[in-house]
Design a protein around this ligand. Structure first.
Ligand SMILES: [Zn+2]
Length: 161
């Protein structure tokens, strides 16, 4: 169904249609839930290109996507890195925020393959002795950071010594 020729409507991809991306998407959604708990899970949408070709994107729950289409791969690690990359594009461009943030350095992290394990990589702080570092495997950000609780007021009589 297309409103204009050449501008087909995207469709929601159902679980199991692209099995290679189901687990990567679930892993990235764990990281989303651990860092932006108010966001609903990301999902896959597809734009039909022709009768037997469509392009699949990682989209916000409302269907907004940004960046490049996913390219099918045989490698589970590559698929996870690709979905994380696409999710990062969509979240950062559509929500106008760096994501995910390293809570140690307050910097946006990037997916990187570390010894065959897709991971979130932080560029580190500006000072020597504060180097780039591996934060967590993709899908495991909840092991290093929890959603920030609602800030509480500091006690008024708190003093620095
Ligand atoms: Zn960091």
């Amino acid at each position: 169904m297309s409103a204009f020729f050449g501008h087909p409507e995207p469709r929601l991809v159902l679980d199991g249609e692209y099995p290679c991306w189901d687990e990567p998407l679930a892993a990235v959604n764990r990281d989303l839930a651990a860092t932006l708990p108010d966001q609903r899970p990301l999902r896959l949408i597809a734009y039909p290109e022709s009768e037997d070709l469509e392009y699949v994107y990682v989209a916000l729950s409302k269907g907004e996507a940004h960046g490049n289409a996913l390219i099918p791969t045989e490698s589970a690690a590559e698929a996870l890195t690709a979905v994380a990359d696409a999710a990062q594009d969509t979240v950062s461009e559509r929500l106008w925020r760096a994501w995910p943030l390293c809570t140690v350095h307050d910097l946006g992290m990037h997916p990187r393959d570390i010894d065959g394990r897709p991971s979130w990589w932080c560029a580190g702080g500006p000072r020597p002795g504060d180097p780039a570092h591996l934060r967590a495997a993709i899908g495991e950000l909840d092991t290093v950071q929890q959603p920030r609780p609602t800030p509480r007021k500091r006690p008024k009589n708190r003093r620095l010594r």
